[in-house]
Design a binder for this molecule. Structure first.
Ligand SMILES: Nc1nc2c(ncn2[C@@H]2O[C@H](COP(=O)(O)OP(=O)(O)OP(=O)(O)O)[C@@H](O)[C@H]2O)c(=O)[nH]1
Length: 352
């Protein structure tokens, strides 16, 4: 990794559908005796930030990135607020962004990858999603944002456990796992949780990808759902899309979120892998919410780690492979309408 992540100010993004318990969690974080100071950005119209009176206005600025994909949007207002915060460096130990219940976390996360100034001084630590145990199952059916929030999460609080039966709780947890098997999941009431389980997760740090995702190591290969070849107009970024940009014109609420992962013990050829993955996220990026991988390249003594949000990829050599370590390449995609067989064949075709 090029830069020292630990010098950067950690940013935690809190998401969750309307009324799930985000504000309750935020108040808990702020009132626990941790001796830390957080800057809080509340991304909701009319709502006042708890610390520093920060408010991000209602009309968000959205601009199109060079590659023309409308889902790679970053919030200009968010960048401005963070820039303002950074000018008063030393005032706080972390930034917490509470997003509106209807927001997709991807554009917020992308802000920390694409804006140079922001990227130089902050690091996205984790996306924390609060899920309402009573209503999540219903929202997964009718609200694409709710599904995106679960799919994107690094940490999930399955909250309001007091409002459901144990059987219902197991059912909703299984639904969450079907969408996102990688996130850490905690059952909570009134968002009660040790903040050490929420903050400083390092989920977006390349060198901690494995620690945060033990399942990544254990499972050789799985694909959870059926796969199809259709492409829908919904990239899940929460913005209204011009249908001309996409092939499909049908309703998208039936689209399935899924995760697929593959591994191979054969070393990869970087000259095959990079063009493949770059082309993949350029074309399938709207459907791919998160991608992560640990790679073993032929004749390369170092592990290569990468991750992505939609079509933005970030990766670097991490550390030398240890002598007793299996040199395997593993890759995971979380998204919708992923063609698992096609992805797997593409990945395996990168073998050296
Ligand atoms: N029964 C029950 N109620 C809860 C629990 N956690 C939070 N609540 C209540 O649920 C309501 C919504 O909680 P908030 O923390 O405001 O939720 P939010 O996600 O910030 O809501 P929005 O900002 O409107 O999206 C409040 O009245 C909370 O007191 C819980 O575990 N059980």
């Amino acid at each position: 990794m090029a830069d020292t992540q630990s010098d950067k100010i950690p940013v935690t993004v809190l998401t969750g559908y309307l009324g799930a318990g985000k504000t309750t969690l935020l108040n808990r974080i702020l009132s626990q005796p941790h001796g830390k100071k957080f800057a809080v950005i509340v991304n909701e119209f009319g709502e006042i930030g708890i610390d520093n009176d920060l408010v991000v206005g209602a009309d968000e600025e959205v601009f199109e990135m060079n590659n023309g994909c409308i889902c790679c949007t970053v919030r200009g207002d968010l960048i401005r607020v963070i820039d303002g915060l950074l000018r008063r460096k030393g005032d706080f130990d972390g930034i917490i962004i509470e997003t509106t219940g209807l927001a997709d976390p991807a554009p917020v996360a992308q802000t920390f990858f694409v804006d140079e100034e922001v990227q130089a001084k902050t690091r996205l630590d984790a996306v924390v999603t609060v899920a309402d145990a009573k209503w999540l199952s219903d929202r997964l059916k009718d609200a694409p944002e709710a599904k995106n929030q679960v799919a994107f999460a690094d940490v999930i609080l399955l909250n309001k456990t007091d409002l459901v039966t144990p059987a219902e709780l197991n059912e909703v947890e299984a639904r969450i796992r079907g969408i996102n098997p990688y996130a850490k999941l905690y059952r909570t009431q009134k968002s009660e949780i040790d903040i050490a389980k929420v903050l400083n997760q390092g989920a977006f740090d390349l060198d901690r990808i494995l620690e945060i995702e033990p399942a990544f190591l254990e499972e050789d290969e799985h694909d959870h759902h059926h796969h199809d070849h259709e492409h829908g107009p919904d990239c899940g970024c929460g913005h209204d899309h011009d249908h001309e940009h996409h092939h499909g014109l049908h309703a998208v609420h039936d689209s399935e979120m899924q995760s697929v992962s593959f591994s191979t013990d054969k070393p990869l050829n970087p000259e095959k892998f990079f063009p493949w993955v770059q082309q993949l996220v350029a074309t399938e990026g709207p459907n791919i919410l998160r991608s992560k991988g640990i790679l073993s390249f032929k004749d390369d003594p170092d592990r290569f780690v990468f991750q992505g949000v939609h079509m933005i990829l970030d990766g670097d050599h991490q550390r030398p492979w240890k002598a007793d370590e299996t040199r395997a390449s593993r890759i995971v995609f979380i998204g919708r309408k992923l063609d698992a067989e096609w992805l797997k064949n593409g990945f395996l075709s990168c073998e050296a």
